[in-house]
Write a protein of this length. Structure first.
Length: 190
């Protein structure tokens, strides 16, 4: 007896690729300009992502979208609770999950995490604050291992604080998504 895979992969349609590019481009522009990602955008992306995959792949597409949405929410919501991420970033990644599904979303997440780390290091170096940033990372790890919220003892680790160094994550998510699409276009089997 074989069991169906819990996480599965469906082909990514051209329509889903276009939708992803449109959504992350608008999100990046808004995040850069207004430092927020609008709810109308993520709601439209969620509806279109679920609808598109359901139309193209029927019930399997619906499950695919919901698994992607759920995985993204499961990974990003704790970051929001720890005040390390804004709510718009959580909703944007959930919308991307509904468009791309769980496997593709996870690859986008990994690329985004690497790009975000590199961007944060570049920002810290550019502001001559690398030592302070590394100290904050050490503090973050100690607090998390002690099961304490990092923002409770260090205001710089609270994304809602004026003392924190902020990086518009919507731009990083957009770059991660675009790099995923380019890589999948180059290396995906045809």
């Amino acid at each position: 007896m074989t069991f169906p895979p819990i996480v599965f992969q469906l082909p990514v349609s051209s329509a889903a690729r276009i939708l992803l590019i449109v959504v992350v481009t608008i999100a990046a522009i808004y995040d850069l300009r207004f430092r927020r990602i609008p709810n109308w955008l993520v709601l439209a992306a969620l509806i279109l992502g679920i609808g598109l995959n359901t139309v193209l792949f029927e019930l399997t597409g619906l499950r695919y979208s919901l698994l992607g949405l759920g995985l993204a929410f499961l990974v990003y919501f704790p970051l929001y609770l720890l005040r390390g991420m804004g709510a718009g970033d959580v909703k944007l990644m959930a919308a991307i999950g509904s468009i791309m599904g769980p496997v593709n979303w996870f690859v986008i997440f990994v690329i985004t995490a690497i790009l975000g780390g590199l961007a944060a290091i570049a920002l810290l170096i550019g502001r001559n604050q690398l030592h302070r940033g590394l100290s904050n990372v050490a503090s973050l790890v100690v607090e998390l291992l002690s099961f304490r919220p990092p923002y409770a003892r260090n205001e710089e680790l609270d994304v809602t604080s004026r003392k924190s160094l902020k990086l518009p994550h919507g731009i990083v998510i957009a770059w991660g998504s675009v790099l995923f699409l380019v890589a999948s276009w180059i290396w995906a089997p045809r």
